[in-house]
Design a protein around this ligand. Structure first.
Ligand code: MG
Ligand code: ZN
Length: 220
């Protein structure tokens, strides 16, 4: 089999498993979000803050993907997460739907409102692997280049929301908020944007409101 054919086969098998996950989430009325970004953009920090702010209001399950450690899962538990499953990929640079199905076997979905999947920090191949999520949320921080949407168009095209993190550091680099938005819009005209700082909490209310709205929409 050629590499291309093999890749196609892997992806179509992945799509079949992702559809299973999606059906289960729909049946249970759970909003499932796939968080993607480069390493260090703040996926775990965003989830820590979200647990702190909404932990009493929404029941959240969290799947934390990492290449080698369970550090992120430990951080989420320390932040109050009670339904946390780590996935250690052992070198693989993305999560796939089979890993999600395996993780879900060990996670009680009863009464969950939200399931967050923290993907491996990588803006390339996670864009090709449907995990059965309702939406991808892409994070970018102000310590990165504001041309990332242009460099990794696949990820920004397939995401529904872009969270710009570390706005407390704006002005300390060449990163410009207007420019990242413009670049993102050029790739995906429907992409929503929320800017915040996971460190200071500035702007986080819009993220919470966005989540509340999506969750209630899912329940209805
Ligand atoms: Mg992380
Ligand atoms: Zn990969």
């Amino acid at each position: 089999m050629t590499i291309l054919k093999y890749e196609k086969k892997v992806l179509s098998e992945n799509d079949r498993l992702a559809a299973e996950v999606r059906r289960e989430m729909t049946d249970r009325g759970i909003l499932c979000l796939n968080l993607v970004s480069s390493p260090g953009s703040g996926k775990t920090s965003l989830l820590e803050r979200t647990l702190g702010a909404l932990g009493k209001e929404l029941r959240m399950g969290l799947i934390a993907g990492d290449v080698q450690t369970e550090n992120d899962a430990d951080r989420l538990r320390a932040a109050g997460g009670t339904m946390v499953r780590p996935i250690v990929t052992g070198g693989a640079c993305h999560l796939d739907a089979r890993m999600i199905i395996e993780a879900l076997k060990k996670l009680s979905l009863d009464g969950l409102d939200l399931l967050f999947i923290e993907n491996v920090g990588n803006l390339v191949c996670p864009s090709s692997y449907d995990l059965g999520e309702e939406m991808k949320v892409v994070l970018i921080s102000t310590t990165e280049g504001d041309d990332k949407p242009l460099k990794y168009p696949g990820m920004f095209r397939r995401s529904s929301l872009m969270v710009v993190n570390k706005i407390d550091l704006l002005g300390h680099s060449e990163f410009q908020l207007a420019r990242v938005k413009e670049n993102a819009r050029a790739i995906n005209g429907d992409l929503e944007t929320i800017e915040l700082s996971c460190r200071t909490g500035e702007g986080a209310r819009r993220w919470y409101d966005w989540l509340r709205q999506r969750v209630s929409h899912k329940r209805a």
